[in-house]
Structures are given as C-alpha cells and as structure tokens.
Design a binder for this molecule. Structure first.
Ligand SMILES: [Zn+2]
Length: 230
C-alpha cells in the first residue's frame, strides 16, 4: 500500500485510480501488485497541506506528495516537511499537465510557472483526441477515453521525463542519479536539498528552477510499472 496525496481534486486522483486499475494487480511475473491510496480534498490543498495530509493518512507506510509549481509559494516548506518525515516528492514544474503531455510528445523550454502552453499542446497532441476539451469548463477528469489515450504510453512518458532531468539548465543533473527504491519512513534526517535531489537533479539545483520538469516518472518506476532504462 502506497499513499499518494495530491494537490488537485480531479486529475491526479483520477490518474492514481487509473494506475491501480491498469497495473495494480501486477503481471504475475516481474511486476509486483500494489495499491495506491489517493489522498485529496475537495477544493484541493497547498503543497504543505499535501505533505501534512499524507503524513497523517500513511502513518508509517510509504508516502508520496504530488504537487505543482504553478499556484503556490509554500513549496520550500513542503519540501522541508517531506524531507523530515521521509515523504517522497513527485513535484511537477509547472504542473501535472506536463506529465500527461509527455505521454504524447517530448517537451522542453522554460514555462515560468504557467501551464497554459502545456495544456494547449496536450489538447493538440497526436493521439490525444480525448484531451481536445481538457480543462475547458473545468473538465480536468481522466475518464474512459482519456485513459485509453494514455494507455501503453507510460514508457514514452518516463523516457521523456528522464530526458528533462538531463536537459536541466542547472547542469550536472542526470536521471541516472535518481532514487527509485522506496525508503522507509524511519529514515535518517536528510536535508531538504538532498531529499529533493532524489529526482536526479543535483542538491545544488533549486527545485523552483527545475523548469520544466516532473518527478512523476519516479513514482511509476518505484511501483514497478516501468523500468527506468528506456
Ligand atoms: Zn536540475
């Protein structure tokens, strides 16, 4: 059982339920079964609230905090709280929509915290017809047709996300350094910088400068859904 708390109340919980339904039973071979428990609130949470909510829900179990750059400024506090309690980070800059887009195409170029271009690209992406109306009239759910569109593309998404680590403007960041083994929650104290470098970015690469980037790939590899080398 893995607890994953998310900032949003629609897209991310839907995505986590999709992971359960699509991959949660394992494949009877190399891939082990898992169960993700989404933790979210109506009207969403700030990054700090996400970390606090998952600490409470998960107790001593594996816990992840999924949040975005785009709206909030309490990210340093959220990272520090996560580091102090062994809550894994799945940070996206500018937003989770980048992770969805990477299923369909590679992406590069700083977005300065705006998801606008990301969403436009997602709506127009080849193979993403089901996303044509994404985020129109608050339609950010991941229902049947959108799941169908994502299905089978997780390997591409992981590869594209890893490429963004290697392309980080800070330099020295590399996906080969990323940690993809779960750690216990009773860990030794990590500094926030060291904890945030589990993504493959160097400890000196400020999390708010990782533009664009998304760590969600690390959740998929940790769950055994996808191999890291791709
Ligand atoms: Zn970096």
């Amino acid at each position: 059982m893995v607890y994953v708390a998310c900032e949003g109340e629609s897209t991310e919980p839907d995505y986590l339920r999709y992971l359960n339904e699509e991959f949660g039973d394992g494949d009877g071979g190399m891939r082990r079964p898992f169960r993700v428990q989404p933790v979210y609130r109506k009207n969403g949470m700030t990054p700090s609230e996400v970390v606090a909510a998952v600490q409470e829900a998960a107790s001593e179990d594996e816990a992840w905090a999924l949040f975005d750059r785009d709206q909030w400024d309490d990210i340093p506090q959220a990272v520090a709280a996560a580091a102090a309690s062994g809550v894994e980070l799945a940070f996206s800059h500018p937003s989770f929509d980048l992770w969805l887009l990477l299923h369909f195409q590679p992406f590069g170029g700083a977005q300065s915290g705006s998801s606008k271009l990301m969403i436009e690209k997602l709506r127009q992406a080849k193979g993403a017809t089901a996303f044509r109306t994404y985020d129109k009239r608050a339609d950010k759910g991941l229902g049947g047709a959108r799941r169908d569109a994502l299905r089978g593309r997780e390997g591409d998404a992981v590869a594209h996300a890893r490429r963004l680590v290697a392309a980080c403007a800070h330099g020295g960041c590399t996906p080969g350094r990323a940690w993809t083994e779960p750690v216990g929650r009773d860990i030794e104290q990590w500094s926030p910088q060291a904890w945030a470098s589990r993504s493959g970015h160097t400890p000196e690469c400020p999390i708010l400068h990782r533009d664009p980037s998304t760590d969600v790939w690390r959740l998929l590899v940790t769950l055994g859904i996808q191999g890291a080398a791709n």
